[in-house]
Design a protein around this ligand. Structure first.
Ligand code: HEC
Length: 150
């Protein structure tokens, strides 16, 4: 019985590898990108690209383990959800109110250490934000706040 269950799981694991996961990025219009639109300074841009853009922009770098289901499903879900919440690539399309709301949320997420996601920084050590970087981000996000979302 145990052998059959193990075999069943193994077959299932092999079969799910054939379910395609989309790893193409939507085209990026840099004119709409957050960094371009807000004229973010180099350091801020660098932190965002390293710590946020894999999930919150259309510039995801898909690692090798993205070829393995169900890991790929789990990761793809983060990307889909992340982009839905906040997509820096289409910043130019956001309304003033949405922009302000997102900046408010970003400040909270970064201050509370909730973003980048802990599971992400486990693998991407360079995405960990130190105190100085945290301050840079929060200061920049605060500068961009307009109060429209209040
Ligand atoms: C591994 C993917 C990933 C990375 C990297 C990541 N995020 Fe997220 N982010 C998500 C997902 C998934 C959600 C939606 C679910 C949630 O709120 O936990 C989210 C939600 C958010 C939200 C909305 C939270 C709310 O109040 O509803 C903000 C703002 C945000 N992220 C900012 C950032 C910033 C800023 C960075 C970089 C410093 C970052 N994220 C890095 C995946 C990611």
């Amino acid at each position: 019985m145990k052998k059959k269950i193990a075999l069943g799981i193994l077959i299932l694991l092999v079969l799910i590898q054939f379910i395609p996961v989309d790893t193409t990025n939507p085209t990026v219009d840099t004119q709409k990108d957050f960094i371009t639109v807000t004229k973010a300074q180099q350091e801020v841009a660098q932190i965002l690209k390293t710590s946020c853009y894999d999930c919150h922009a259309n510039e995801t770098a898909y690692p090798w383990y993205f070829k393995i289901a169900p890991v790929s499903w789990w990761l793809k879900n983060h990307i889909n959800e992340g982009r839905r919440e906040l997509n820096f690539s289409i910043w130019g399309d956001y309304t003033a109110k949405r922009k302000d709301k997102k900046m408010k949320e970003c400040i909270e997420m970064v201050q509370e250490g909730e973003m980048p996601m802990w599971s992400y920084t486990l693998v991407h050590k360079d995405a960990v934000i130190n105190e100085a970087q945290q301050k840079l981000l929060v200061d920049w996000f605060t500068t961009l706040r307009t109060g429209d979302a209040n």
